[in-house]
Design a protein around this ligand. Sequence first.
Ligand code: SF4
Length: 345
Amino acid sequence: MDQLLLNWYYNNARQLPWRENIDPYSVWLSEIILQQTRVNQGLPYYNSFVEKFPNLQSFALATEEEILKTWQGLGYYSRARNMHRCAQLVLNQHQSVFPEEISALKKLPGIGNYTAGAIASIAYGQKTPAIDGNLIRVCSRILGIYEPPYSRLMFDKIHSFVLELMVNSKPGDINQALMELGATLCLPKNPNCENCPISDHCYAFENKTQSELPLPKKKTLVKDLFMYFLIIESDETIYIEQRPSVGIWAKLYQLPLIESKSELPFPELFQAIATKISSQNFTIVKISKPIIHKLTHRKIIASFITVNLGFEHKIPHVLLVKKTDLNKYPFPQLIADFFSKNHPS
Ligand code: SF4
């Protein structure tokens, strides 16, 4: 089966920049960017990272804000911060070269089983499966695995199967061929089995159980979070603040924020604004219609409130910045979208 799979891969794989230059830095960069991100969305980010930071040294020596700024819009910002720490460790402890051993790779920030497997197999040719969502779907269907999703038992079965495929073939190509099959033919809905090179070996195809496999994951509980962003500005300046170093959007910048687990009635909102800006002397000019912004565990209901301060007043713990400098700060996508609509640079 490995030859059928590889022949198909060599003739049909999409041309992607990280497949042209196979080195550990490109594999690491592309694999982390593409976690929970579609190729079309991740590709421009990969290109701009390579352009700004062409090698591991330049990545490691950049500031965290430069990395976050380049990452802006991809979400899951802890991935970008982990990448930065990882690059610094590789620079300082591994002479700028990613280690080859899985155990050493997994000690680096942000590198788990999957990314370690991808680097070790694709960049170093080691026989190591890299099991991501695509491999789970493809292999569950080929083998007819009805184990609980992401269980040890499921991983063990997929691991042994992929290792067998690697016995006489290039390990990195096997991993990539299975990923490519999952991304282009063996899709979650309506897999294109007619064009699949290994349909003759597929349990789900034979038994018409493609839609049952893999078994569904448990649904994540998504909680509401109300965010009231304050627009306090003059013609040239605007107030912004940095988020805490833990939690969602850690260390990114935003408009001064009031956050609540439930919707705030107007008197409470008014009082919360007074507390936030340490003044009772203000007027609310406008409150935008709420915007819904979805994260994995949160549904954010965001409102933008234009506030007029009655007199020259310094607000504690926030920054007064020039609007022309806004493009220097990393913002979550919700705020970046607000600025691009209201203060295009
Ligand atoms: S035959 Fe269909 S279900 Fe089976 S691996 Fe191929 S695309 Fe997936």
